[in-house]
Design a protein around this ligand. Sequence first.
Ligand SMILES: [Zn+2]
Length: 425
Amino acid sequence: MSATNTITSSGAQPGTAAGRCRFCGSALSRTFVDLGMSPLCETYPSASDLNRGEIYYPLHVYVCEHCFLVQLESYESPENIFSDYPYFSSYSDSWLKHCEDYCEKMIRRFGLGEGSFVTEVASNDGYLLQYFARRRVPVLGVEPAANVARTAIEKGIPTLVEFFGAELARTLVATRSCADLVLGNNVLAQVPDLNDFVEGLKILLKPRGVLTLEFPHLLRLMEQRQFDTIYHEHFSYFSMLTATRILEAHGLKVFDVEELSTHGGSLRVFACRAGDVERRVEPGVSELIERETAAGLASIEGYQGFAEMVKGTKWALVEFILTAARQGKRVAGYGAPGKSATLLHYCGIGKDLIEFTVDRSPHKQGRFLPGTHIPIYHPDRIRETRPDYVLILPWNLKDEIMQQMQFIREWGGRFVVPIPEVSVC
Ligand SMILES: [Zn+2]
């Protein structure tokens, strides 16, 4: 596998094979869902960019008939996507709490201390490693986005500005150390060269080291119709079945799994080297694989029907917003997450229907959503303009957002949650 992305053949005819499976190399021909065209979702134009064109890429998702990996073809080099990445992990309270709890659990369960070494791949602004550092556990972050890595370094979290893969892992082992704990949160989906990345994770592990990976769970994506979590920066969508198969192919053994509520339903998979015979495989691993098999994820037929369900979700949301517009109601958005680009483009919702959105991140305020150019303001804008409806775009944080914004009740404002079906509360 090469270190760069596969570029789709521009001369491909409709119905021809789309490319090769990112994991097993089989030809991809089976559509999981086709969400049309969308711009890169983490590129937020500023006012001076608005008269420039934006490139749209297809959001056509395939499922591999051989290994069942659900995947998008990558159309943009990762350097373009991640070099100035506006997503700073430290702007969500519930996410930070999740990370602090994780850190405490890992320290207890695996006996980590001052003599241990923890490495995080895609360590962002040090949002997680800071909790290990506070407990005096030596850490190293690897983060390709230079602006985000700088924030981590300023906080005192040692961070390498690099793309992770087998080669970097070998260099780290040669120049620093293998790690007792290697972790990757919400990065596996974003890796163009999946096999090289997983190989690197294994290389970094000490013989008795532990790897934990968190990623959105495909089973939940399908059950909850979370089609907007499909965007260009997410190349792969994993079930427990496929994640286990990929890790095993690289000499790793999955020994435990936890189901988490983050990002609409995620998995935290625990793995170790296949040769680590002392680590017992917990019963939850086979239980979850059985549940996925019962849900149809071990056969190609199980992946049919998702596209139709997604269409139903779109129609219900569009119907609601159009009705509100006809009644003269004002709708504002809350949040500017990556997933909002998919939702708004697939549903054809522009600034004629949503006047503006707000976001807590100062890096997004004053900018615009990609493609639709819906302006992004500070959350105070909601109080100042008193919209009738607030459409929660990061619906995975809806409880936290409703809590923070409950003052909209003062003027009879209501929240709208788009997924799995539009609901007004
Ligand atoms: Zn495959």
